[in-house]
Design a protein around this ligand. Structure first.
Ligand code: 5AD
Length: 333
């Protein structure tokens, strides 16, 4: 579709058009993945961050955030526990924490891959140099999540302090791809200042980048950020965009995100029923889970915890899907 046509789809969104896209997206996902849903064990291993993104609860100027940093031993134990539960992908996500140098990260990655050679390891630790990405890849990192947040430079400046540049974010994504990572980009839906035309730019950027994964959830405000009084993004529009992304990138790995699960009762299942095919339950220790607060009222219990995994499996089964024990690599590779 042309940009104009994508914009029309967004502007003329009705219950009827949503249902047409939804049904087509589910069918497309079924062709690529059957009724299989991939599990990723999310380990939020540090909430220290040197950045100051206006939307994010762990931005460096939020003095109220209780900072923590998991030790390598605790992280390895999380992976062991996750492995026993059937997880074959671990996602190490954190703020941009300078304590975690390349050397420390490399030792950690090597240890995880040594303990669990049959598992995929995903990193989500922000912007780094090409050399750093290369070093982390060399010791065993397989995938990298780095949302582009918005493909419009002007909107990017509305969401981030001047030190962060869209240009560098995009450089990172292409470096990661070039180095052989399976790469995930994505955006928040309903971020302050976002227009439907911006979302078209996001979709066209995704079409151009051809990422292996797309992470997308509604913007949800956090009380201790400059966006405390901004309205939350729409869960319904997020679902619509999940369907659009599934149709634009038929084989992409597309999680039903925690933010969607937080915004909407049964949001994770509804995400799957709109074309998503990945869920990422939290494997972080319970005592730190409540500290990794990117936004208000983030889901941290129930099916979101590994303990709730059995419940999550049942919920998926109830809508005709099966959570599988598999690495779940991108089929395009
Ligand atoms: N609401 C929703 N998503 C958020 N993120 C950060 N802050 C928020 C928020 N307030 C998302 C960003 C980031 C990912 C890890 O979490 O898109 O890339």
């Amino acid at each position: 579709l042309t940009g104009g046509e994508l914009l029309t789809l967004l502007e003329q969104r009705t219950a009827e058009s949503a249902e047409i896209l939804r049904a087509a997206a589910v069918e497309t996902a079924r062709k690529a993945f059957g009724n299989r849903v991939y599990l990723r064990g999310l380990i939020e291993f540090t909430n220290y961050c040197k950045n100051d993104c206006y939307y994010c609860g762990i931005r460096c100027s939020n003095q109220k955030a209780e900072r923590y940093r998991l030790t390598p031993e605790v992280i390895l134990a999380c992976c062991d526990a996750g492995y026993d539960l059937g997880f074959r992908t671990f996602v190490l996500q954190g703020g941009e924490d300078s304590w975690w140098t390349d050397d420390k990260l490399c030792s950690l990655i090597a240890a995880i891959k040594e303990n669990h050679p049959d598992c995929a390891l995903t990193l989500s630790i922000g912007e780094r140099s090409r050399d750093s990405y290369a070093a982390l890849k060399q010791v065993g990192a397989d995938r990298y999540l780095l949302r582009h947040e918005t493909a419009n430079a002007c909107h990017y400046r509305r969401l981030h302090p001047p030190a962060l540049k869209l240009e560098n974010r995009i450089r990172c994504l292409y470096d990661l791809k070039d180095l052989g990572y399976q790469v995930g980009a994505g955006m928040m839906v309903g971020a302050p200042g976002q227009t439907l035309a911006n979302l078209v730019e996001d979709l066209q950027f995704l079409q151009k980048l051809q990422p292996h994964m797309v992470g997308m959830g509604p913007f949800l405000r956090h009380r201790d950020t400059p966006f405390a009084n901004e309205p939350d993004g729409s869960a319904e529009l997020t679902l619509y965009l999940l369907s659009m992304v599934r149709l634009l990138l038929p084989k992409v790995l597309l999680p039903a995100t925690t933010a969607l699960g937080t915004a909407l009762e049964g949001g994770r299942e509804r995400g799957i029923l709109h074309g998503a095919n990945v869920v990422m339950p939290n494997l972080s220790p319970a005592d730190v889970r409540s500290k990794y607060l990117l936004y208000h009222d983030k889901l941290a219990t129930g099916a979101e915890s590994a303990n709730g995994l059995a419940q999550l499996r049942r919920n998926l089964q109830a809508i005709g899907y099966e959570a599988v024990v598999a690495r779940g690599d991108a089929p395009t590779l």
